[in-house]
Every structure is written in C-alpha cells, then in structure tokens.
Design a protein around this ligand. Structure first.
Ligand code: GTP
Ligand code: MG
Length: 199
C-alpha cells in the first residue's frame, strides 16, 4: 500500500489514549502559530481516521512548514470491537510507510502515568525506530510542587531521560513554547529512517 502522505512535507504525529488531550494540544499549537492553512484527511477505515494539519511556523528563526498528524486514540474501552481491530493495522501502515515522519509526540496523562496501553505504544515506537518526545498532559490537574517529581517518575516508568519529557496544560497554556522548540528539534533531525529500515 502506498504511504499515507498528503505531500512531501515532514510530518510529526501525535499519539495517545482517547481523551488524553491530543486534539486540544494540536489546536493550541495551531492557534499559537496562527497558520493552519489546510486540513487533509486520509480515511482507510470507516470509523477511524488520521487527520493532517498543515502548519507554517517560525522555528529557530526560519519559516518551517510541516504536517501535524492527529493519530486515532487507543484504549477507549467502549470503542466498537471493529474499530479496535482496525487500530493496529492502521498504525502499522502509518508508522511503517510514512517516509516523511520525523517523530511522534507520545501523550500521557500526568495523573495516570503511563498505562499498559501507553507502554505498549512506546514499545511499538521503539520497534518502528521512530524518534519520540513525551508530553504529559493536563498538568493543571496536579499541584505545581509535585510537577517535577511526577515528571521524573513517569520518565522513569517510560525508561527515558527526564529531558525527553515535557509537561503541558492547554487549560493554563503551559508548556507550548517548549513544545514548539522540541518540534523544531524533531524537524531538524536529518537521521535517515529509511536506512535503518522498519519491521
Ligand atoms: P480523542 O479524540 O477521543 O482520542 O481524545 P483527545 O486525545 O483528542 O482529547 P481531547 O483533546 O478531545 O480532550 C479530552 C478532554 O480533556 C476534553 O474534555 C478536554 O477539555 C480535556 N483537556 C484537554 N487538555 C486539557 C488540559 O490541559 N487540562 C485539563 N484540565 N483538561 C484538558
Ligand atoms: Mg481527538
């Protein structure tokens, strides 16, 4: 099957459980850059879709264009069985075939830590050899004094360095500056995924 590409621009995908705050965060990034210029949809299945948002942003003093990709959420217990069955092949298709993919922003609810589903996804990203950035959502839901230790605790459970983990709140507009910087860093990686190959 042809790779899910609406164009040759680099892509950064947002992944996470249903309700973790993916769409809210994408809206925040789009609002901040004020240049959502197009929206393209790819709908291989009937009930799940991957949405592409074309973004033009000023990153590292240079105008950069890329796609923010909203991946279907997982772990929603009440999702129809059919929809849950489709999730895996859809993700394998997207992660395996997208040559333009520069990285995945993996969202985790700061209150619930990484769930079993989240850890499975992280494992999956590691296997697909995709650079990952971890964003802890809904940081407004915990006491500011607990933020650092919570970030450290979750980084530990994820098996990554603290500096790969960022706490955000769309409610308090916390962390989006750092997020944009990190997106810029992901877009700047000239690592050749194709050479590494995927399974
Ligand atoms: P699916 O599309 O179902 O996979 O969910 P999603 O991951 O896109 O989550 P969405 O952005 O729709 O947000 C889910 C709920 O969390 C909504 O009620 C949001 O208002 C809420 N929410 C999102 N971000 C925050 C946040 O930073 N703080 C708080 N307190 N609530 C948030
Ligand atoms: Mg959503």
């Amino acid at each position: 099957m042809r790779g899910p590409s609406p164009g040759s621009l680099p892509q950064i995908a947002f992944a996470g459980r249903s309700n973790v705050g993916k769409s809210s965060l994408i809206n925040l990034v789009l609002g901040r850059t004020r240049t959502a210029i197009a929206r393209v949809s790819a709908t291989p299945g009937k009930t799940q879709e991957i949405n592409f948002y074309k973004v033009r942003a000023e990153l590292d003093d240079a105008e950069t264009q890329f796609f923010l990709v909203d991946l279907p959420g997982y772990g929603y217990a009440r999702a129809p069985a059919d929809q849950r069955r489709r999730w895996k092949p859809l993700m394998e298709w997207y992660l395996g075939e997208t040559k333009e993919l520069r990285g995945v922003v993996q969202l985790v609810d700061i209150r619930h830590g990484p769930t079993k589903d989240d850890l499975q996804m992280v494992d999956y990203l590691a296997h697909a050899n995709v650079p990952a950035l971890f964003v802890l959502t809904k940081a407004d839901k915990i006491k500011p004094a607990q933020l650092r230790s919570r970030v450290r605790e979750i980084a530990d459970k994820l098996g990554v360095e603290d500096d790969q983990v960022l706490a955000v709140s769309t409610l308090q507009k916390l962390g989006q500056g750092e997020l944009l910087e990190s997106l810029g860093a992901l877009l700047g990686t000239d690592e050749n995924r194709e050479a590494e190959g995927t399974e």
